[in-house]
Design a protein around this ligand. Structure first.
Ligand code: ADP
Ligand code: MG
Ligand code: MG
Length: 194
């Protein structure tokens, strides 16, 4: 079972991985965006850590809400409201639980993926973070998610033409580049299964 402590440990690890890969994420955003995705995400996770230090969360839902508020208020850019919507939906979906079992956690993440879909009005194969969230949730529901699969979903975005966000201005020229938001989402799922 996942307790509030294990959820916090997950998001602490996510914080570290974002900080360590800030340059990687901004470099992915350079050819098909404006080169700020790593900085945006790093600001978000830092704000999450600061908020949590100021006021310790009291439940799993509270942890997710703290992350949502940090993302919405500090990230800016497209990814802030998108991650914000995901974590806000996850807070809502976990409200009734003190701990989560594997199936419940998958359902919470499914609410997160739906939050992104709704907020971004994105469909699958549009070269966005949804192309990682959606299949990862499907695999989590079956208890079949592996690091290899996450990497494959992230890399699959290379082949796609972007239909949403800044990369959509590039048309076919976006092909051959991994979507930065797909990569940061890959880190979220990797740190989760670890
Ligand atoms: P910005 O593009 O405003 O600089 P970021 O660089 O932080 O913001 O985030 C870009 C990422 O946001 C993209 O890589 C993509 O994954 C995601 N994104 C952009 N628009 C959408 C959308 N409508 N739906 C889902 N994800 C989106
Ligand atoms: Mg950007
Ligand atoms: Mg930007």
């Amino acid at each position: 079972n996942y307790t509030m402590e294990t959820i916090e440990a997950w998001l602490d690890r996510f914080t570290e991985v974002i900080e360590q890969n800030k340059q990687v994420l901004s470099d992915l955003d350079t050819p098909i965006g404006d080169g700020d995705h790593g900085n945006n995400m790093a600001r978000g996770v830092k704000a999450y850590q600061d908020a949590k230090e100021k006021k310790a969360p009291e439940s799993i839902a509270d942890v997710f809400k703290t992350m949502a508020m940090a993302m919405i208020s500090k990230v800016g850019g497209a990814s802030g409201p998108l991650y914000g919507s995901a974590f806000m939906a996850m807070a809502q979906a976990s409200k009734a639980y003190e701990t989560l079992d594997t199936a419940e956690l998958a359902a919470v993440l499914e609410a997160g993926a739906l939050g992104i879909k709704k907020r971004g009005k994105a469909e699958l194969e549009e070269k966005t973070m949804l192309d990682v969230w959606w299949p990862c949730v499907e695999e989590l529901k079956e208890n079949q998610l592996t690091e290899e699969k996450i990497t494959a979903y992230v890399h699959h975005t290379k082949e796609l033409v972007a239909k949403k966000g800044r990369a959509s201005y590039l048309g076919e020229r976006a092909i051959g580049h991994i979507d930065p938001g797909a990569q940061s989402s890959g880190y979220l799922f990797e740190t989760l299964i670890k």
